[in-house]
Design a protein around this ligand. Structure first.
Ligand code: NDP
Ligand code: GUE
Ligand code: MG
Length: 305
């Protein structure tokens, strides 16, 4: 390297470390409500079909739930499960006093109407925050369940940047599970928010204007280093498994990390960024649901409502 080249390196936002702290706080609260109120938060995870990636997430969730002292209930159903059967299962979980949080892993097989499934979950047990009641609460400023991935992303942004007031943010992706709720959270934080998607004209120029970039596209390494404004904060939500020439595979985000890390002020890695925060926020939402269902007056872990 010649002496005149100034090499900068973005700060890595460590989702593993942040989520470990959050889980520690959650564990303390779980023990507290177990000892003082005799309530053990319970999370039910429903997986339909045998998508191997989903199975990994479900295993992670169960493991982390147990570490935090929560109960977890796993329902793995075959891919040809009928919609009727799935709705009945959810109604049972809605009525089960041991279950405080219900998560149905998406995507669902095509013969099942995912929206109908989401609308069947009791809003106060909807720890994903996908039920229209919770969507509306977030959009209109009420207190509902905040979707886990956007919440985890916001916690990392606030930890790194402090107040986000007045910053220009772009969310690339407009899905109901990541892009739209993320945009709502950033509006609530008084950012000036752009939402980009597949029909956006000149995406690189839109990204270049932003102080905060949230990438939730599902296209491996699509966002390049020279799209990033120098010093910007980059949250890479993408989880893409790509094949390598040697036949193995690895996880990459939606941002070309090796390029972006030289331009950004801070960036989340994949893995070890948003993914672990998503799981920690799921447990946080389950604790919150248990406290609300039992009308317990306990402080929330890392409150953002
Ligand atoms: N870390 C975590 O915990 C989680 C990670 N993920 C990951 O995040 C990524 C996004 O997930 P999700 O929101 O469910 O994905 P979806 O496929 O539901 O949405 C993708 C969005 O990206 C937009 N898009 C697609 N191609 C382009 C393009 N070329 N330029 C601009 N925008 C584009 C789509 O636009 P349009 O609407 O026009 O089609 C759409 O709005 C995935 O990699 C997923 O695996 C998801 C959930 C949790
Ligand atoms: N109803 C529903 N809610 C979801 O929140 C939901 C969903 N369906 N369907 C699938 C996506 C994806 N998702 C992830 C969660 C954790 C990691 C995670 O823990 N990732 C780790 C490790 C990943 C690995 O090594 O495989 C990391 O990025 O470091 C990733 C992805 C939740 N999703
Ligand atoms: Mg999707």
């Amino acid at each position: 390297m010649d002496g005149e080249t100034i090499m900068t390196q973005a700060k890595l936002i460590d989702g593993n470390a942040f989520s470990a702290n959050l889980r520690e706080e959650i564990t303390a609260r779980v023990h507290e409500i177990r000892d003082f109120h005799h309530v053990t938060p319970g999370l039910a995870v429903v997986l339909v079909g045998e998508d191997p990636a989903s199975q990994v997430y479900v295993r992670n969730k169960n493991k982390r739930a147990a570490e935090c002292g929560m109960k977890s209930f796993e329902h793995v159903l075959p891919a040809d499960t009928s919609e009727h059967h799935l709705l009945n299962l959810i109604e049972g979980l809605n009525d089960d006093p041991e279950v405080h949080g219900i998560l149905v892993q998406l995507p669902l097989p095509k013969h099942i109407d995912a929206q109908k499934v989401i609308e069947t979950i009791r809003p106060d047990k909807d720890v994903d925050g996908f039920h229209p009641w919770n969507v509306g609460m977030l959009a209109s400023g009420g207190i509902g369940m905040i979707p886990c991935t956007p919440l985890g992303s916001l916690m990392m942004l606030r930890d790194h940047l402090g107040p986000l007031t007045g910053l220009k943010a772009i969310v690339v992706g407009r899905s109901n599970i990541v892009g739209k709720p993320m945009a709502h959270l950033l509006i609530r934080e008084s950012c000036t928010v752009t939402i980009a998607h597949s029909q956006t004209r000149d995406l690189p120029a839109e990204v270049r204007a932003a102080d905060i970039v949230v990438a939730a596209v599902g296209r491996p390494e699509m966002i390049r280093g020279d799209w990033i404004k120098p010093g910007a904060t980059v949250i890479d939500v993408g989880i893409n498994r790509i094949g390598l020439p040697d036949g193995k595979s690895k996880l990459v985000g939606d941002v070309k990390f090796d390029e972006a890390v030289k331009v950004a002020g801070a960036i989340t890695p994949v893995p070890g960024g948003v993914g672990p925060m998503t799981i920690a926020c799921l447990l946080r939402n389950t604790l919150t649901a248990a406290a609300r269902l039992h009308r317990l007056d306990i402080p929330e872990a890392n409150p953002w409502n």
